[in-house]
Design a protein around this ligand. Structure first.
Ligand code: ADP
Length: 351
């Protein structure tokens, strides 16, 4: 990370110039573990902005299960990272007046991990499994009877000495989240009574999410600044909130203010090397990689070349580049448009 001296407004501050990655799987895992983020999480379904159809069908399912005094059906939520799947799991548990236990599939390595999780549940509780498409086969098979009959069928011992044991479980609701619906095996997918897609957000919805969060952290944004930030957030609340936090750092450290004008927003984003199109360093690496390759290139080669997760590239980086007319997906691979090449040439110093 280079240290530069930058002239900012009337003040001449020495500022650490940082590259802000809008999309970063490592940062996302850290953010998910970070309790401070809970501040940003809406607490009731009403406070959850957007996704109106999804919210109303969830509300009906929740009210029906409360009316029948039965556990809510298992729910599968799918959509790109940062759209609110974890948040919704918490909200659903809140509406059901119960607790939500959280696990991620890659951390459930051995059958005893999932057995421990299931045995630790109390009647009516919610178990949220993130990245559920990454469950291993043995764990997945144990889940089948747990989801369907609230029962665990365990085989103890091996060969001739093997015995089957059945353990009854409390009635619970499994909420699975995935970015890759197609990677979930049909037997697992079929065991979810409710399967819902989370759509990307409109700029107006993101603007509202930004304004609500700004209020929580005592920031004031002018109208143009909040809309501008929303436009750069790729339809994703997590990106909007991350950008807002960095802009707040800049405003407080450099300008000693809690008011974000459009002018200050532009300077802050410049300082984090987010360019006028809202592209960050990873977008630029992606564009440079394709530009150098200069032939249609497959997703896996790009992911390997950039050392990035392919779902991040496919669901977060590429949709934005397609939206601004920089990228086309052909059956032979990804290709840059002339518009993108012109932009790379014009911004050469930054690439
Ligand atoms: P996912 O599980 O889909 O990766 P999260 O639930 O972790 O996404 O959401 C990322 C961040 O965005 C969280 O801080 C969350 O509170 C916020 N967020 C997501 N959706 C909304 C929404 N509809 N309204 C307000 N904040 C939201």
């Amino acid at each position: 990370m280079a240290i530069i001296s930058s002239n900012v407004g009337d003040n001449d501050f020495s500022l650490q110039k940082k590259e802000l990655r809008l999309v970063d799987s490592k940062i996302i895992s850290e953010e998910k573990r970070n309790n401070n983020l809970n501040l940003a999480r809406p607490v009731t379904l009403q406070e959850f902005i957007g996704q109106e159809k999804l919210k109303s069908s969830l509300k009906i399912a929740i009210d029906a299960s409360i009316y029948r005094k039965e556990p809510l059906e298992h729910i599968l939520l799918y959509g790109q990272p940062g759209l609110g799947k974890t948040t919704l799991a918490f909200l659903i548990a809140h509406e059901m007046n119960t607790k939500c236990r959280i696990a991620t599939a890659p951390a459930i390595e051995r059958p005893r991990d999932i057995v421990g999780l299931l045995l630790g549940l109390k009647e009516g509780e919610v178990l949220f499994i993130d990245e559920i498409h990454r469950l291993n086969r043995l764990t997945e098979e144990l889940l089948y009877s747990a989801m369907e009959d609230f029962r665990l069928d365990l085989t103890m011992g091996a060969n001739r000495g093997a015995r089957c044991r059945t353990i009854n479980l409390p009635k619970f609701t499994l909420i699975g989240a995935t970015t890759k619906l197609a990677s979930i095996s049909p037997p697992l997918r079929d065991r979810f009574g409710i399967s819902q897609k989370i759509e990307v957000y409109t700029n107006d919805e993101l603007k509202q999410i930004i304004i609500n969060f700004a209020r929580l952290i005592n920031l004031n944004l002018d109208d143009e600044a909040s809309y501008n930030l929303a436009e750069m957030s790729r339809g994703t609340p997590r990106i909007a909130l991350r950008l807002l936090r960095r802009v707040r750092d800049y405003a407080q450290v450099v300008n000693e203010t809690n008011f974000i004008s459009i002018n200050l927003l532009t300077k802050a984003l410049n300082s984090y090397q987010i360019d006028k199109k809202g592209l960050d360093s990873l977008d630029r690496q992606y564009l440079s990689f394709l530009n150098l390759n200069n032939i249609p290139t497959g997703l896996d080669s790009i992911a390997a070349g950039l050392g990035e997760d392919s779902s991040m590239i496919e669901f977060v980086i590429e949709p934005y580049l397609i939206q601004i007319g920089f990228l086309i997906r052909t059956h032979r691979g990804r290709l840059l448009t002339d518009l993108a090449k012109k932009y790379i040439d014009s911004e050469n110093a930054n690439f």
